[in-house]
Ligand binder design. Structure first.
Ligand SMILES: NC(=O)N[C@@H](CC(=O)O)C(=O)O
Ligand SMILES: [Zn+2]
Ligand SMILES: [Zn+2]
Length: 425
């Protein structure tokens, strides 16, 4: 029986910071209160920093197995811990794809043996994440998958998506969709519009995302599945999801930090660090995403942490890989850019990055209360710093936010009562 006492923390109560001590025992939160007087094996002084339930990110690319030059289970989950995340959802675009019960079981075992944080594993929707052959949903659920997704590409055929949704609904698995109609993307590498025209780069129009989303919402209604939309990026998508929720369709969605903070107007030159899928959209789209976040249309924030090697992210946007990292920068960026200017409260940010994703995906996480898992993150909300590639523990250094000035450094991350990250001074 090991006990840890975290003293002198500030925790959120009714969206207000209040001083508290938190006692952890056997991997759970045992007590919360002012000035706890318990004897503990370890006492940690939180120095009046902000103690939160550990962050939860349902959209992470760990690249393991098969793509380990970009990231591994160890480096990706250490990056998660560095960012204050204690539970992450691992996307299935690895090699081999977890598309059978045996492969999912192997992934779950590898994650458990090697990860620094809790990993919820996605299985794919179709075999090899391509074509129309559906995965054995009951089998992959029983092997430990928490949801299915073909992230990286859209499911192109309506009939396949409909059958997939019916199958996922039958076994109670959420289906997370990367919505992208390949016949509408025109081999684009950034948002279609005046900026792409000026740079002479091929553009991806909003309809490539939103037209397939409209299709999917009708299929979701007919099938009754929990349909989750990955990385929503357009004003039209927000409108469609808002209307679908009003109509009672079981839809949830996520937005990435980069789509909340950047637009194609920030692309002043051909820069591969600003290349991701879906692309940075127009200022009008960004405004719609913020409005959707504030009115509850958008349920959660997910990083879409997509590490690549330096080689894959050099040269021109025309040839570089899609994707940027996010785990190590998300909280500080959003705290600095949205909470400090009072666009969101700290409580809203924690709900969006911890409580809601856990609740909506049925993950045992996202709450700081007695009896909950001892998964916690301690953030310093006072001292400014500069985002520095040298301090990142992810193998991927492909972030457009390097050099940004932020507050909100992670001081400590605790998973199941064990310290998995501690900031050195
Ligand atoms: N977002 C990206 O630009 N890239 C992701 C794939 C994806 O999330 O669709 C990747 O795996 O690299
Ligand atoms: Zn995607
Ligand atoms: Zn992704």
């Amino acid at each position: 029986m090991t006990t840890t006492l975290i003293r002198n923390a500030q925790i959120l109560q009714h969206d207000q910071l209040q001083p508290a001590d938190v006692l952890l025992q056997d991997g759970r939160i045992h007590a919360i209160g002012p000035q706890l007087t318990a004897s503990a094996d370890e006492v940690i002084d939180a120095h009046h920093h902000f103690l939160s339930s550990g962050l939860v990110d349902v959209h992470v690319h760990l690249r393991d197995p098969g793509l380990t030059a970009k990231e591994t289970i160890e480096t990706g989950t250490l990056a998660a811990a560095h960012g204050g995340f204690t539970t992450i959802g691992a996307m299935p675009n690895v090699d081999p794809v977890p598309d059978t019960p045996a492969r999912v079981a192997a992934m779950v075992a590898r994650n458990r043996a090697r990860a620094h944080v809790h990993v919820a594993q996605y299985a794919s929707i179709t075999t090899g994440r391509a074509g129309d052959q559906l995965v054995d949903f009951a089998g992959v659920r029983d092997a430990g998958a928490f949801a299915v997704s073909n992230d990286g590409s859209g499911v192109q055929t309506a009939e396949t998506m409909y059958q997939a949704m019916c199958g996922a609904a039958r076994v109670g698995l959420p289906l997370a969709a990367h919505v992208e109609d390949d016949s509408l993307t025109h081999h684009g590498v950034m948002n279609a519009g005046p900026v792409a025209d000026k740079l002479g780069l091929p553009g991806i129009p909003n309809v490539a995302e939103s037209a397939q989303l409209a299709r999917d919402l009708m299929l979701a209604e007919a099938s009754g599945v929990h349909y989750h939309v990955c990385h929503v990026s357009t004003a039209q998508s927000v409108r469609l999801i808002r209307d679908a929720k009003r109509a009672g369709i079981h839809v949830t969605c996520e937005v990435s930090p980069h789509h909340l903070l950047l637009t194609d107007a920030d692309i002043t030159q051909d820069d591969p660090m600003l290349k991701m899928n879906p692309p940075l959209r127009s200022p009008r789209d960004r405004a719609a995403l913020l409005a959707g976040l504030l009115d509850g249309t958008i349920d959660m924030i997910a990083t879409d942490h997509a590490p690549h090697t330096a080689e894959q992210k050099q040269g021109s946007m025309a040839t570089a890989a899609f994707g940027i990292t996010g785990l190590e920068t998300a909280f500080a960026l959003l705290y600095t850019q949205l909470v400090q200017p009072r666009i969101l409260t700290l409580g809203q940010l924690v709900k969006l990055m911890s409580t809601r994703p856990a609740q909506l995906f049925g993950l045992n996480a996202g709450e700081l209360k007695v009896g909950a898992p001892a998964d916690l993150a301690l953030f310093d909300l006072a001292h400014p710093y500069t985002i520095d590639a040298q301090r990142m523990v992810s193998k991927g250094r492909n972030s457009p936010f390097i050099g940004w000035h932020v507050v909100g450094a992670t001081c400590l991350t605790v998973v199941a009562g064990n310290v998995v990250y501690r900031k050195e001074n």
